[in-house]
Design a protein around this ligand. Structure first.
Ligand SMILES: Nc1ncnc2c1ncn2[C@@H]1O[C@H](COP(=O)(O)OP(=O)(O)OP(=O)(O)O)[C@@H](O)[C@H]1O
Length: 463
């Protein structure tokens, strides 16, 4: 304490960082330290000798901590703002007379400038609001580019979705028609997902065109022990049974074998299935969605599809128009798939206006599947981040030229005919896979089995 000898208490109070004001028991300002001017942005002379209530009345502060202490007779802290725009926090400490511990002798007020803190708080709030907004957008974006999202900007496609959403709530059989790659499978799934009573149940797709008739019957309806050679002991549930309380999606229903059609019709009418080799019929709760890219009415007229089955399936027909008939969807789809492939390959490709013009004018015979493939191809093969119209033209020409280039024999080619034919075959297969999206679909389009396609594709590779 020796070293503090001679230290002036007022000097100390003048040199601290907080504003200090001393007022008397009547609320009149007795003393103000020098830091107060800086902290409040005001001038001490404007308040010295004045009652704090008057200082507030003159608008120097929005409220008085002195008044609060005089009322509460205890230490009080309040937020204040000064007319200079400072945000302050003030603590008033009552000092009582020695004789009467309830009688205030004077009040010491400490003030701290929290303008910067307030600003920081405000900025933080803004930043966290922006962050939340950004996260919401990202979430929206993530949901949109997630598999299963349906891009539908055109009125035609919005009408399709609206109808699908409406009929999802009832159990009527739906027949979705449209060219290959328009999104029939996607829409079938959408109907299932929109169906409140079924979305928790199974969605069971079956490609009726990809399975030979005898196998299709047991796949679809199941079989009992000993139904045929090689049948499993204990039998096997069919897909119809598996779809109980869910949706059975009969894809490529136009290919459904004529000889099995009466059984399917019977099941659809009754909701009851008898396994192959079995006798007892069991009832299941299954919603049927069928799809085809064939003209079923023409198949009916040609005697290749039963009229009664057609009418049973087409209770609610939904036609998805080809992409060239809903051009407004082309750019949103391009952006949607660009985002998907950019993420998948960790790239930052961008679409350019001339490319989008070219894509909008293109007729898209393979519909959305072709568009998705085209974007993926451009994304992975581009040399810069800008996808150009030239790349799209190149893709078209590569597609157009592929078959002729391979099928017209090169005059200088001396290799055996077998080798050259295998090469042409492989090119045709590669092109069919590009156009149809999968090996199975390509095999079907070319009228060969999947295993033949795979074998011939392999043989055609240059050795
Ligand atoms: N509107 C759309 N938005 C986003 N993706 C779509 C849309 N339509 C189709 N697709 C996508 O295009 C591809 C082909 O769609 P889908 O398999 O459903 O067509 P499809 O009509 O059933 O074809 P196919 O008759 O050849 O079986 C799928 O990858 C699907 O996710």
């Amino acid at each position: 304490m020796e070293t503090l000898k001679g230290l002036n208490a007022w000097d100390v109070l003048n040199n601290i960082n907080d504003g200090v004001v001393i007022v008397d028991s009547g609320g009149k300002t007795l003393w103000v330290n020098t830091a107060w001017d800086r902290i409040t942005g005001l001038n001490r002379l404007d308040v010295l000798g004045k009652r704090m209530a008057d200082v507030v009345g003159e608008g120097f502060y929005d409220r008085s901590v002195t008044e609060a202490v005089l009322q509460s007779r205890s230490i009080t802290t309040i937020p204040q703002s000064s007319k200079t725009g400072k945000s302050l926090v003030s603590t008033g400490i009552p000092v009582f007379t020695g004789e009467d511990p309830r009688e205030i002798q004077y009040i010491v007020i400490c003030m701290r400038d929290i303008t910067e803190l307030k600003d920081a708080e405000h900025r933080l709030k803004l930043a966290s609001e922006q962050n939340e907004q950004f996260l919401r957008q990202l979430e929206e974006f993530r949901k949109q580019s997630a598999p299963g999202h349906i891009v539908a900007e055109s009125k035609a496609m919005r009408d399709v979705l609206e109808l699908a959403g409406r009929i999802a709530r009832v159990d009527s059989t739906v027949l979705i028609t449209g060219e290959s790659g328009v999104g029939k499978g996607l829409l079938a799934r959408y109907i299932h997902d929109c169906s409140p009573g079924r979305r928790g149940g199974p969605f069971v797709p079956i490609n009726c065109g990809a399975i030979p008739a005898p196998l299709l019957e047991s796949e679809l309806f199941g079989y009992e022990t000993g139904a045929f050679t090689g049948a499993k002991r204990g039998g096997k549930a069919g897909l119809y049974e598996t779809a109980h309380q869910g949706t059975l999606f009969l894809d490529e229903i136009g290919e459904f074998p004529l000889e099995l059609q009466p059984k399917l019709l019977h099941v659809l009418q009754d909701g009851a299935v008898t396994r192959v080799g079995g006798t007892a019929a069991h009832r299941y709760d299954v919603r049927i969605v069928a799809a085809t890219n064939r003209d079923l009415e023409a198949l009916v007229a040609a005697g290749r599809f039963r009229a009664d089955l057609y009418y049973r399936l087409a209770v609610v027909p939904i036609q998805i128009p080809g992409l060239r008939r809903r051009q407004e969807d082309i750019i949103p789809l391009a952006a949607f798939y660009l985002d998907r492939y950019n993420r998948r390959y960790g790239l930052r490709r961008q679409l350019t206006a001339p490319l989008l013009d070219r894509m909008t004018a293109y007729p898209w015979p393979g519909n959305v599947r072709e568009l998705s493939n085209a974007i993926e191809r451009m994304v992975v093969t581009a040399e810069t981040d800008f996808l150009t119209a030239g790349q799209f033209d190149f893709k078209l020409h590569a597609g157009d030229d592929a078959a002729p280039a391979a099928s017209v024999p090169n005059p200088g080619d001396e290799r055996p005919l077998r080798v050259r034919l295998a090469e042409v075959e492989a090119e045709i297969i590669a092109r069919a896979i590009r156009d149809h999206g999968t090996q199975a679909k390509a095999a079907q389009a070319l009228g060969i089995s999947l295993s033949t396609l795979i074998r011939r594709q392999r043989h055609g590779r240059p050795v």
